[in-house]
Design a protein around this ligand. Structure first.
Ligand code: GLN
Length: 482
């Protein structure tokens, strides 16, 4: 049962081969059996899930089911869920129970999907390994001592280990694509503004975007059908028609123009990774696509620009955690200032503090022009590189990560090497473009991800390209042991 995709489970439910209660119990049993070792969940909501599953079965009886009615899934613990604690991987929100649903959470509820719980993540989504979670690190199901990537490592590990068929995630600099690549699953970061950020705890507001994780491109399309769309509660949400993302999955790829940025295929890339990615691209040529070398001349500036802009926005967003309004408050403060400072000193972990310090510095008078404003100008150049490239090609392909999943602890003492994890993913957030990662090979038994970047609002084309590849290959079907 757990090897089936959302599309298959949806058909099984529709044709009465299984009930939502049975499905939900099955996946809850798998979480119970496997998650002690993986730690992919922060909170499991078994009772509520079974109640929701019963309601879903009744709704189906009444004849008003959607493709998601009764399907189990999980939310990254960054999406507010009414009545269910939402921690963002932080001690600061360890006991925070939101009084409302994020728009994304509400849309899945309205569709009748059954949320099994909240998945582990780097604290406030800052990280690339899910090791900065206050609730302990998540393990990659493909290798005991390997990280699952981050920050959405809990969602990626849970989907890869078949503890849920699908999970939500967010991507500020690579947090959907990088863990998807490292766990051998398929993930999509939509165009900025496509999915509502309302109720999605903010890290860097101009970069954060909610998206999808599942094993197949088709399942990602089904998820995006639920998540995408205008939301008047999010001022950066875009009022644009939402297509049925499953409708174009079967379009042939003949004539698809693929660009390969020379800046992404350098000596720094692990040769075995490069081979896997080039083999995947040859598969695309066999499917009728044409390949062309392109250039993104400002690619080497992306990490530097991101690590000014993202911390700057984070320092502003995280100022709300002051011990007054919600979340953690230190014990016995001696006065107001003591309460603010100790609350923040005790409530935040070290990576979050580092970002607040960097961001506050970059925004302070005297440094604003030298750092923040300069980074925003670089951001514009990076965006222009993509606009120019998309005049010549339809999609851009590259590896998702420079190397496969690394060993736990390997990069925790060196933030800069950790930051370099996102070297291929971060530019698309700066530009606001959609991008996917899909399994495209293995190196030493660990999954390799192929990244496909699209033009604005080209999610359907990305999903189509990924689906066609998955019709022709089996990488996305490989499962880790257990
Ligand atoms: N790894 C990057 C960071 O630490 C991106 C994280 C993300 O996309 N949320 O900021």
């Amino acid at each position: 049962m757990h090897d089936k995709t959302v599309a298959e489970l949806s058909r099984d439910l529709a044709e009465g081969r299984v009930s939502s209660v049975e499905l939900t119990q099955h996946f809850l049993d798998r979480i119970e059996a496997r998650d002690g070792e993986l730690n992919s969940f922060i909170t499991v909501t078994a009772d509520q899930a079974l109640a929701d599953a019963r309601a879903a079965d009744e709704r189906r009886q009444r004849g008003d089911a959607t493709p998601w009615t009764g399907i189990p899934f999980a939310h990254k613990d960054i999406f507010c869920t009414e009545g269910v604690r939402t921690t963002c991987g932080s001690r600061m929100l360890e006991n925070f129970v939101p009084p409302y649903n994020a728009t994304v959470s509400q849309r899945f509820r309205d569709a009748g999907a059954v949320c099994l719980g909240k998945t582990n993540m780097d604290e406030f989504a800052m990280g690339s390994s899910t090791e900065s979670s206050y609730f302990g690190a998540t393990t990659n199901p493909w290798g005991e001592n390997r990280v699952p990537g981050g920050s959405s490592g809990g969602s990626a590990a849970a989907v890869a280990a078949r503890l849920v068929p699908a999970a939500t995630a967010t991507d500020t600099g690579g947090s959907i694509r990088q863990p998807a690549a490292m766990c051998g699953i398929t993930g999509l970061k939509p165009t900025y503004g496509r999915v509502s950020r309302y109720g999605m705890i903010a890290f860097a507001s101009s970069l954060d975007q909610g998206g999808t994780m599942a094993r197949s491109a088709e399942d990602n399309a089904l998820m995006l059908n639920v998540m995408a769309g205008f939301d008047p509660r999010d001022s950066t949400s875009l009022d644009r028609e939402v297509p049925d993302y499953t409708a174009s999955l079967n379009e042939p790829l003949k004539g698809l123009r693929i660009g390969l940025p020379k800046e992404y295929f350098t000596e720094q890339l692990d040769p075995a990774m490069e081979k896997a990615v080039r083999d995947a691209i040859r598969e695309y040529e066999a499917l009728g696509a044409t390949v062309k070398d392109i250039s993104l001349p400002h690619a080497n500036l992306a990490i530097a620009a991101y690590y000014v802009i993202a911390p700057a926005e984070a320092s502003a967003n995280l100022s709300r955690f002051d011990g007054v309004r919600y979340g953690y408050r230190c014990d016995n403060p001696k006065d107001l200032l003591d309460m603010y400072t100790r609350t923040r000193a005790e409530g935040f972990g070290s990576e979050v503090k580092r970002r607040i310090l960097v961001g506050t510095y970059a925004l302070s008078a005297g440094y604003y022009d030298a750092y923040y404003l300069k980074a925003q100008k670089v951001r514009r150049l990076i965006q222009q590189d993509f606009i120019d490239a998309f005049r010549e090609v339809d999609v851009i392909m590259s590896p998702t990560t420079p190397s496969p999943a690394f060993v736990k602890g390997e990069k925790t003492d060196d933030p800069v090497t950790m930051y370099l994890e996102d070297i291929f993913t971060i530019s698309t957030n700066l530009a606001g473009l959609p991008a996917m990662s899909l399994p495209a090979g293995q190196v030493d038994g660990m999954p390799v991800g192929l990244q496909i970047i699209g033009n604005y609002f080209d999610e359907a084309r990305l999903l189509n390209a990924a689906h066609q590849f998955q019709q022709a290959t089996d990488w996305h079907r490989l499962a880790p042991e257990g």
